[in-house]
Design a protein around this ligand. Sequence first.
Ligand code: NAI
Length: 691
Amino acid sequence: MIESTVSGGVCVLRLNAPPVNTITFALLDELVAAVRRACAEPRVRGIILTGRPDHFSAGADLALFRDLSNAEEAVRASRVFQEAFQAVEDSAKPVAAAVAGRVMGSALELAMACHYRVCDKAARFSMPEVTLGINPGGGGTQRLPRLVGAEEALGMLLTGDAVDARRACVTGLMDAVCAGDDLVESARALLQSAAAPRRTSGRTDRLNGAADEAAFRSAPERLAGVRPEIIAPRIILEAVRTGLKESFRAGLRKEQEGFAECMGTPAARNKIYLFFAARQAGKIPALPAGPAADITRAAVIGMGSMGTGIAQAFITCGIRVAVLDQDDAALRKGADRIRSSIRGRVEQGDLKPEAAEGILGLLSTTADWEQVADAPLVVEAVFEETAVKRAVIGRIEAACGDGTIIATNTSTISLDVLAAGLRRPERLVGMHFFNPAHHMPLVEVIRRDATADSVVAAALGFVKSIRKTPVLVRNREGFLVNRLFIPYLKEAFWLLEEGADAPAIDGAMVEFGFPMGPLTLVDMAGLDVLVLTDRVLSRAFPAHGLLSQVAVRLVERGCLGQKSGAGVYRYEKGDRTPYPSAETAQVIAEVQQAAGRAPRPVGKDEITRRLVLRMVNEAFYVMEEGVAQRESDLDVALVLGTGFPDFRGGVLRYARDLGLGNVRADLDRLAEEHGARFSPCRHLREMEGVR
Ligand code: NAI
């Protein structure tokens, strides 16, 4: 796991734990032993700790944390990391870290325990533990502020955001950036100019009483919006403060205790569960793991909102893309949007100008089918109309080679319908991106029974290669995310019709943990889109019931949401703030009158229960039908696709936390009051009481 070579008086310790040099307890043991051996070796004057030339280490093996079963084990795990890194810092001979790639979490903690640090130009540094609901447990809350000052450290520790090599040098996190391409040589030079160990725990040169105080004073503001279920930011702040106000040792103790406290919260457990769920979602046990087809070129047909986002997602990840549209104006508009979005990242300092131009150079637009003929993957993103899509898919098949994968981005049309009439229907697969496609991390990969295994495997591999999370879904109306989410949105309109206030409905869901409420979201996406999508779903699943007349009538009156200035809420020109709408109030009153129903007060608990359990119920149907491979696939899809709160672990994990017996009883009650859409499926009845 650690290769040791000595030359020119320097011992180079190279992490070699494929594939990504994750840090395990065993690796820590080897590391400590290797440093001791190097220190005992008279011909060694200095030590260089490094990894692969392009990648140092992925940080701690998270499976270690997932398997912790109590607070003592958590404290012990944190202590093992702290002591190993301390042993590196205590080395009598100077140690330089030579790092590359994404240096995150424990990998950065290890680098910070070295005496000197040099990095590759493209390296990026972050402490992402907070995003998993935990604090760094290997001394990161102590060494980072001593290297970069409290303000910069808190910025990194409380957001998990990455900094690049240039910034790392300015702030003091790194001592040098390697000018050429030999990191280890740069580290040698660093060791030559700096003979003695320089221990991070004893450094005070970057600490600045007044500035640090100001950082601590403003920290509570940063924490104000954090949910009570998530304690890591508070723990991080306390650990940094203790370390700087009392001592390094006291800070380390606080870090251990805090780590155990965080690991004891359901929020951290759920986030770690989702981390593993996301990694598993793209794997299919039945498919032999072969080398994924290396797709570096693609074509996109249709440059509307989705095609544009998809093309941007592709080129950003180095995939050369030709986009074809029948409408010249759409091509121009789409290309302009991509250019301004990518150049905007240059202005924000996210991207170098040359890199941005390199990315844009991968994009071409065309109206000529010849230009897409040699693409190994063609994504269809034209109008959501069966006839249009069938014609386009047929055209792709005619224009391209036998090996081409045809991926449709349809959100509602069955792939069986789209495959009919194709000569090679086994090459058709669904790639359902979410809007905006260059931003949203989830892609549902939809397989028909007849889709070839190799096509499914290539689609999953491709989605991973563009740094998105693929979830494999069986071809069934609504696929996975819309199948659960449309009923949830529909329930919000039923609540509105019965007498609940729109802000109360939205507020309840925000309090539950969604980034925005269902009615605000429908206003953003368009009420007409809801009506169209529901048409397909309620035909396939009659038990879902009809869409509330409130939504139907709003659409009839042209209240489509933000795009028309009015939806459930009213909007002022150029302002997306939702204001109460007199028109909606009138529509609701008319609908109530027509149904002969008086409005009734609807409490927050009922709103939350009905909305969430509607999704939960549908989730069990989806599992029963085999639409998703695993419960954890469904959980990760709903979190990434809809913003279901990650600290609750996803829809099914949440249901299991409530207790399946309780869920069943609640659903039975709701079914009695509101109808068959709440009736639990056989799968859930059989699972009652099982955890
Ligand atoms: P859009 O209406 O914005 O764009 C469609 C584009 O396809 C237009 O530029 C049009 O000129 C082009 N087009 C139509 N027929 C064509 C043909 N025969 N040959 C070449 N180009 C043609 O539609 P949008 O919203 O981008 O949706 C595209 C697909 O993505 C639809 O299937 C939709 O259901 C699906 N989808 C949409 C989402 C959304 O939020 N808008 C989310 C996920 C999927």
